[in-house]
Write a protein of this length. Sequence first.
Length: 84
Amino acid sequence: MLCDTSRLRCLVRIVRRRWAHRAAPRPDRPEGCPERLDLDFLPYVWRYPRDSRPRVLAALSEHAPGCRCAVCAGTVTRPGSWPT
């Protein structure tokens, strides 16, 4: 499963998650590992479709040529709604 959402949606979710957990850590984070907004990460997210996505798809083709890969370009709301 490859979740391929828009750049803007990814950036909004990153900022929203950081804002929502500014006072207390997320429950899925290890203790002592606070949520932070890494300014080097934001350009990576913005350039992902151009720079990294083609490499990810090429690696999938090379290392798992017979494997089915579902690409979700929209919003996935819950794991139960994912294709099987």
